[in-house]
Every structure is written in structure tokens, then in C-alpha cells.
Design a protein around this ligand. Structure first.
Ligand code: DO4
Ligand code: MG
Length: 283
């Protein structure tokens, strides 16, 4: 049995794979921190579901908060061949391309801090492009939920918003390309379940003034590293009191002529989780 957990400002709603379309309403007492510090989050959520009372009618098309407590959000990079190639193109003029090729092949993955919980946006909220950036993309990423013991117990959809002009100028500018207001979105829900099948698709569409200006699709099978490897490196010599989210990298990068604009609508869909939609604003 798996569960989807949706968070609003007032409550959380739980849906079980045994009763899809029926939602249990948990008005008080639910804590993402407790879930992420449970030694068995699947058993904990099953117990909460059973104690949560009757099903309620609920519209899963409304906006949601990011499904997060006090977890940090981290990200892996250059885990798909497409990301390696796109990064090498954007960094070539500055001479930074060699580092992306090296990290794609190296035993140690690229991992970087992405956002605090307070900086993480939810479904139907805005995501940001920087006012000092000229080339911007969303990055659709399968995102792991990892408890405080380092155990992967669930997943969600992440959008790792990125400035390609700033990262391309110098790889040492990565924190500025990746960490700014509105750079991170998670949602629409947290799925507590084993990892989905490798064929699971990740798809993105970007719409502008009602027309689609980009679409792309990949699958989890295209990732170069295992989820356990990425989580294992993240938790090496690093303690996460409240667990963590880890974005696993993008396998979709629009070609070099594309950049996001204000009011673009970005929708990322991963089978079994749902769709995370955000509108772009300048920050
Ligand atoms: O190397 C920079 C970041 C890469 C990244 O975010 C990705 O591959 O998803
Ligand atoms: Mg990324």
C-alpha cells in the first residue's frame, strides 16, 4: 500500500492506493518532521491514515503548500547524459565544460544545497527567475524523501529552477545560479512508497500566453546513478536531524535557444505522483 500526502495551510489530506480518490482529512497533529524522523515512515503514515476518521470530499486541483516541515532540500547534478551535454555547451566559452564531463564519470556525484523549507514553493505558487539572469530554465526532477536515518521512504516532484547564464559564466557561481527566491518548488504531494519502476516517465510542458513553447519527456531509467548511491553520498559525514529531500537531477534541458519568460506556466508530471504547476515571476 502507498500513500499520497497533500498539505494545505489548514490541514493535510491522505489518500491510500487502496482507496484512490478518497481523502482522509487530518486537521491537527500531523507533522512532517515526525514522519521524516520515524524509523518506519510507511508504518507511521498507515497508522495515521487508519486513525484519521472518515473520508472527505476534496478537490486535488487546488493549490498546495510544499509537502515539507523543517527538511533541507538538496540536489544532485549531472546525473543524466542530457544534463552533462547541456552544461558542457553552456560552460564551453568560460572553459568550465571539462568539470561536467568529469563529474558525470566520477564515483562521487555532484550534490549541492538547494533550499530551506521556508524558501520552497508549492503547487500553483510562483517560481522565480533572477533579475540579473538572461537565460533561465526549469529542471524537472524526481525527488527523494529521506528520513533522518538516511532511508529513502518516498518521493515527490521537484523543480530545480536554474540560471544558465550565471552558471555558464563560471561554475563557481553555481550557488547564485541555483539558490535565490523562488528557485525551488516541490509537490503537489509526498508519495510514501517504494521507488517507482525505471520506465516511469518524467514530462514537462511550458506554456506562454496559452500556447505550448516547450515540452520534453524522459524516464527514470535514463539516470546514471542509483537513488541509494545519491542518498548515501548525501548522508556521508552529514547528519540531517529532520531528514531531507534530495532532487535527483534533470534529464530534460531545452535547447540553447530557449529561455523562460515572466508568466510562463511550467507543469511537471511524474507518473504515480501527479503534476506540479508553477507560474514564473521575476525576483
Ligand atoms: O552542475 C550543475 C547543476 C546540474 C543540475 O542541477 C542537474 O543536472 O540537474
Ligand atoms: Mg538540477
Amino acid at each position: 500500500m502507498s500513500f499520497r500526502i497533500f498539505k494545505t495551510s489548514a490541514a493535510v489530506f491522505l489518500e491510500s492506493s487502496d482507496a484512490p480518490g478518497l481523502f482522509r482529512h487530518v486537521e491537527s497533529g500531523f507533522s512532517f518532521n515526525e514522519l521524516f524522523t520515524s524509523t518506519d515512515p510507511a508504518a507511521s503514515i498507515a497508522a495515521i491514515y487508519d486513525g484519521a476518521g472518515e473520508e472527505v470530499s476534496f478537490n486535488p486541483e487546488i493549490s498546495f503548500d510544499a509537502p515539507i516541515g523543517d527538511q533541507e532540500v538538496w540536489a544532485a547534478g549531472v546525473t543524466y547524459f542530457r544534463s552533462r551535454t547541456a552544461r558542457m555547451e553552456e560552460a564551453e566559452v568560460a572553459g568550465g565544460d571539462v568539470f561536467y564531463d568529469k563529474v558525470y564519470e566520477a564515483p562521487r556525484p555532484e550534490l549541492f544545497f538547494k533550499a530551506t523549507a521556508a524558501r520552497t514553493r508549492g503547487h500553483l505558487d510562483h517560481v522565480g527567475i533572477r533579475s540579473d539572469s538572461t537565460w533561465d530554465v526549469p529542471e524537472p526532477e524526481f525527488t527523494l524523501a529521506i528520513n533522518s536515518e538516511g532511508k529513502i521512504f518516498g518521493h515527490t516532484i521537484g523543480n530545480d529552477m536554474s540560471s544558465r547564464s550565471i552558471e555558464g559564466e563560471n561554475p563557481l557561481y553555481l550557488p547564485q545560479a541555483k539558490n535565490y527566491t523562488g528557485a525551488c518548488a516541490l509537490g503537489p504531494c509526498l508519495v510514501v512508497a517504494d521507488a517507482p519502476a525505471p520506465e516511469t516517465s518524467i514530462a514537462i510542458t511550458i506554456s506562454r500566453a496559452g500556447s505550448e513553447v516547450f515540452s520534453g519527456e524522459t524516464s527514470l531509467s535514463q539516470i546514471k546513478r542509483s537513488f541509494e548511491e545519491l542518498a548515501g553520498y548525501l548522508f556521508r559525514s552529514n547528519h540531517f536531524k529532520n531528514g531531507a529531500y534530495l532532487m535527483t537531477g534533470t534529464g530534460i534541458v531545452p535547447d540553447s535557444s530557449f529561455t523562460l519568460q515572466v508568466d510562463d506556466i511550467v507543469s511537471i508530471t511524474i507518473e504515480g505522483i501527479g503534476t506540479l504547476t508553477n507560474t514564473v515571476e521575476k525576483v
